[in-house]
Design a protein around this ligand. Structure first.
Ligand code: HEC
Length: 160
């Protein structure tokens, strides 16, 4: 019996499975948890952008609301890449809208993230200065940075 167990362990190592019981499942749970956290972060990011867009449409926009949401966007742009933890993509069997390329095309993804960082920082500077007209102009560039990344690295939303 001891021989069988030794063989099983050797085989598990050979094919790259976790040797500890449930090891493979633990890895999947970690990846899924990271994807879920990423989803929540994007939801918050989307809410901040929507909050800002809704505000600038008003006749007398509240500069504090704009500044608060712009600061959230900037903060989120600085950490966005860290949400794409290895093993939390579709290749790992995780439920996610992120395309595999978000994990494999490191240079392209970093460029898309950097573009967003740059535009969000400009937006935040204008918002903190209370320059509403400037903010109104800059939201296009920020929206373009969101779209630029989504077009390449996010799977189109499934209908139904
Ligand atoms: C560098 C790439 C990148 C940038 C920049 C980016 N996103 Fe995303 N976004 C993604 C990816 C990839 C997903 C899919 C994530 C997933 O499902 O794991 C996503 C998902 C989302 C979601 C979906 C969350 C949900 O509830 O399903 C929202 C909302 C969102 N992004 C908003 C934004 C907004 C608003 C901006 C700009 C202000 C932005 N994103 C900028 C890559 C990006």
């Amino acid at each position: 019996m001891f021989g069988d167990k030794k063989f099983a362990v050797a085989m598990a190592v050979a094919v790259g499975l976790g040797v500890a019981a449930g090891g493979a499942f633990a890895a999947d749970a970690t990846g899924q948890a990271a994807a879920t956290k990423r989803h929540d972060n994007f939801k918050a990011q989307g809410a901040a952008f929507k909050g800002l867009l809704d505000e600038i449409k008003k006749e007398t926009p509240d500069k504090v609301v704009i500044a608060t949401n712009a600061a959230k966007l900037k903060a989120s742009s600085l950490v966005l890449q860290s949400w794409f933890v290895k093993g939390s993509g579709p290749d790992a069997g995780v439920k996610t809208e992120a395309k595999a390329e978000a994990f494999t095309d490191a240079a392209g993804f970093a460029a898309a993230a950097d573009k967003f960082k740059t535009e969000a920082a400009k937006l935040d500077a204008l918002a903190q200065a209370g320059d509403i007209d400037g903010v109104k102009g800059q939201v296009r560039a920020v929206g373009g940075a969101c779209k630029g990344c989504h077009d390449k690295y996010r799977a189109p939303e499934k209908k139904g």
